[in-house]
Design a protein around this ligand. Sequence first.
Ligand code: DCT
Ligand code: MG
Length: 500
Amino acid sequence: MFHTSIVPQVRKRPRPAEAGVPGNGEVKFKDVRLYLVERKMGRSRRNFLTQLARSKGFIVEDVLSDNVTHVVSENSHAWSLWEWLKDVAPGNLAHMNVLDISWFTDSMRERRPVAVETRHLIEDSLAEEDSGGEPAALTAVSQYACKRRTTIDNYNKIFTDAFEVLAERCEFNQMEGRCLGFRRAASMLKSLTWPVRCLEATLSLPCLGDHAKAVMDEILQYGRSFEVERLQSDERYQMLKLFTSVFGVGPKTAEKWYRLGLRSFGDVMADHTIQLNRMQQNGFLHHGDISRAVSRAEAQALTDLIDGAVHTIAPRAAVALTGGFRRGKEFGHDVDFIVTTPELGKEENLLPSIISRLSHQGILLYSDYHASTFDMSKLPSVKFEAMDHFAKCFLILRLEGSRVEGGLQIDEGDSRGWRAVRVDLVSPPIDRYAFALLGWSGSRQFERDLRRFARAERRMLLDNHALYDKTKKEFLAATTEKDIFAHLGLEYIEPWQRNA
Ligand code: DCT
Ligand code: MG
């Protein structure tokens, strides 16, 4: 409706003073700098959208400079847009999010820059599958992780390890969309029951963009990816990886420390301008232990411990091991449990009681408890939220070696006889149990694709709390995970087949 004027093809250079000036609004999001591509969009619509964004506190650049973080285009064919971008854009195109107008409209609606999702991306590839329906007829492998069966046997580790490094780099550079692209590619390869041995074999596979294919080509030819190797020897990457390995330190904090010139844990400790929060203090205190993988035998010992603690307090309460260990993984970074009571509402005091019981036993090293903020009347939520609203706690527990069959995962020469382990407990009300169990069983990629599938293919909204049918305008009840798969019209996938 805004395409009312014919756009002259003369490109006028804007006056420098205009660039980046927010105009009629106060700047609210300093880290995000938009550039709206005029071609196909048209000048009048571009002006309109520019004013709109600035009035909401966004910075909109008039010129495509190195400062731009988000390039937004409308109605462009991906290949012609990219051809044009490569022609006119400066060298750091690789660090920009190249996005469809849907990201812009989502952000305007939310009045903040929303997280970039795969569906927002305009990929640099003719071959890239689009985010619409499934290209199922062409391929046997679905683009959705929730339609694939992925065990812990990975025949393509050589590629998926490389993609993991590239995804991590994107994460450090706040390029969520590209990060997701690599994660989706890795996830798809993990589902194959055969190793990819030649590039031709990828022709019928979904989720592989040009970049991913180029990396695979290199690995197939030389046995390694030079891009990945370069990255792994890059100082910034190494430092961000080191800092984010500390419990409580995310990419933003790690970047801040790196920019301060800090290059080791010793540097962080010695810098008196840095105030560590309680989580980070404990992260450093127990770093050696909690950065070491937790074994299945250790997870079993913790299951017995939590079971014992829960049944002392609430004999009828149920404890379920979830997360990676429920999917049959041999090692994990933590141990995740769901605890609930058969009577609705009785779960409310469960976690505080468990925490005091563990403390009484002398095995509680750290506890961060979050009371429930769950409110059924606020559902369905269309917003993507990283966390659900159930009561939960993030713990560090002391695990004695004597409790673990075959002994502890510890360093050689460590004679303490115990180790610290990260444990997460979540306690949903019993009528939300199936949704919480499905959500907490993971993998993250499996969960993402369940939600994406529900939204795109079924017009339904799924999260850790509920499933909502937008067509029928009603919530769909479920007491088991199988009920949820059935509502979604999906074949049931066992937990051990969800290692996407
Ligand atoms: N989860 C979630 N919301 C979050 C974080 C996690 O719904 N904000 C889900 C997805 C996976 C599951 O909880 C457990 O999370 P992790 O412990 O991080 O993953 P994992 O698969 O158990 O991996 P690991 O074996 O390394 O612990
Ligand atoms: Mg886990």
